[in-house]
Design a protein around this ligand. Structure first.
Ligand SMILES: NC(=O)c1ccc[n+]([C@@H]2O[C@H](COP(=O)([O-])OP(=O)(O)OC[C@H]3O[C@@H](n4cnc5c(N)ncnc54)[C@H](O)[C@@H]3O)[C@@H](O)[C@H]2O)c1
Length: 447
């Protein structure tokens, strides 16, 4: 099948590559000329385990193409996936300008000759599919005032909701072997095309879940906000542990073994970040208030997450008696989570901003995210060539991301490089008892 993917970022590039891997002819479109040029020259633009090999194979086999031209990209495509950004607008709601802009452009290009499915793969509020449809028809109508042609287009496209659930860092695996594929569609024709394209990824017939469009749109927000709620809940339990002398790691093991609760997303830490959870919690809260529903849990989830970072920074402040000026910090981990180079809303950035604002200096290391961080801080922080390189002369080490390579470091070497053996463990990575013996000061969260 011929497929177009509009927006070639984390979701678009992974989806496009995986659809090509199953034999489809895929064209990925992006307005970022530098990105498209890089992809066309055979270079990958994001770090995602396993993606490069698939990307190279499918480009070589002639199934994966890149262009900046929407017209060229959608030529002959039966399915057009929109994998465009939906960042938070000023009021916290999802900003639909990228989606609706492309929808308006599609209205200029679609012809009533072949049935096409336009798929919202981006995370979008309930009602977006209707807006996309209206935007397409509006431009089409302006260009084609003949009523008979308008009716023609109305019948030859459908807007479907197919939210994406891949996790950065495991995106390829998630896409190839999804837990579930959610499809909100109205017609059998659209359902049949979507089934055709997803069939190779369906290991169990129950993984392909069809529903109405509005429920599909809301399912994605319900999933992400539930995960954020789990994280904030555990972070509050961790704070309680510190006051009551309990250990949050034990609580995690104790409750995670209950299948009704599940083991994942129960780690206490620096709070959630990334390109999805913060904006999606905010957007659902905003959507709720627009229909006069005060979503009380979501308000608390956001507040706990904001305070969690402050609470951790407070530990650093307290240890140095609120005098960080002239102190030098090593930071391990910049990406918002391991196995990605994505630094959007990464807690590490909030920690660094605070340290710089208080007159401290910073040397940081991350296996994949340093390029992205350099574009924010330039020469303001030192980007080290290895985790140990970051430690030279440091008054304290702060661990912000739980990359595997930080899990069993050479603590003797760490101690010999640092000015003081002071460790703030924002991800509860190390054995607290051992650390309290090896460090002159060790702090983690909820233990
Ligand atoms: N990143 C994730 O883990 C993830 C997971 C599930 C869902 N989502 C959702 O998927 C959507 C995309 O997220 P992402 O992380 O891939 O974003 P991204 O910022 O990595 O990629 C978006 C791409 O769209 C391009 N773009 C912008 N305007 C365009 C236009 N008019 N025409 C063509 N291309 C255009 C940008 O240049 C960029 O390359 C968002 O709604 C997000 O919430 C993201």
């Amino acid at each position: 099948m011929k497929i177009a993917v509009i927006g070639t970022g984390y979701v678009g590039l992974v989806s496009g590559t995986c659809f090509a891997e199953t034999g489809n002819n895929v064209t990925c479109v992006d307005i970022d000329q530098a990105k498209v040029a890089k992809l066309r020259s055979g270079q990958i633009t994001i770090y995602e385990p396993g993606l490069e090999k698939l990307f190279e194979r499918n480009v070589k086999e002639g199934r994966l193409h890149f262009t900046t031209s929407l017209e060229e990209g959608i030529q002959g495509a039966q399915i057009i996936f929109l994998a465009l950004p939906t960042p938070p607008g000023e009021d916290g709601s999802a900003d639909l300008k990228y989606i609706l802009g492309v929808a308006a452009d599609l209205g200029k290009l679609l012809k009533p000759d072949e049935f096409k499915v336009i798929v919202d793969k981006s995370t979008v509020p309930v009602g977006t599919a209707d807006k996309v449809r209206a935007a397409i028809l509006k431009t089409f109508n302006e260009l084609n005032p003949e009523p008979s042609t308008i009716n023609g287009l109305e019948e030859t496209f459908e807007v479907v909701s197919n939210p994406e659930f891949l996790r950065e860092g495991a995106a390829v695996e998630d896409f190839l072997k999804p837990d579930r594929i959610i499809i909100g569609a109205e017609s059998d024709k659209a359902r049949s095309l979507m089934t055709q394209v997803y069939q190779p990824f369906v290991s169990d017939v129950n993984n392909l879940i069809f529903m109405d469009v509005r429920s599909a749109e809301l399912t994605k927000y319900a999933a992400n906000t539930f995960l954020a709620t789990k994280i904030s809940f555990m972070n509050e339990i961790a704070l309680l542990c510190e006051r009551l002398g309990a250990n949050v790691d034990m609580i995690r093991l104790g409750i995670g073994s209950d299948p009704r609760i599940g083991k994942q997303f129960l780690n206490a830490g620096l709070g959630y970040g990334g390109s999805c959870l913060p904006k999606d919690v905010q957007a659902l809260w905003k959507s709720s208030s627009e229909v006069e529903y005060d979503f009380k849990i979501l308000k608390a989830v956001m507040e706990v997450n904001r305070l969690q970072k402050q609470f951790f920074i407070g530990k650093v402040e307290a240890f140095f008696s609120s005098n960080l000026k002239g102190k030098h910090f090593a930071i391990w981990g910049l990406a918002f989570k391991p196995n990605t180079d994505d630094i959007r809303e990464a807690p590490a950035l909030e920690v660094i901003n605070h340290l710089l604002m208080r007159g401290a200096t910073v040397a940081a290391y991350d296996p994949e995210a340093m390029g992205n961080v350099k574009s924010i801080y330039g020469e303001q922080i030192i980007l080290a060539s290895s985790p140990y390189d970051a430690l030279t002369g440091a008054d304290a080490l702060i661990v912000c991301t739980e990359w595997n390579e930080f899990r069993t470091p050479d603590f003797e070497r760490i101690g010999s490089l640092m000015r003081e053996r002071v460790l703030f463990d924002g991800r509860n990575l190390y054995d607290a008892l051992k650390m309290s013996e090896m460090c002159s000061h060790y702090e983690s969260i909820g233990r």
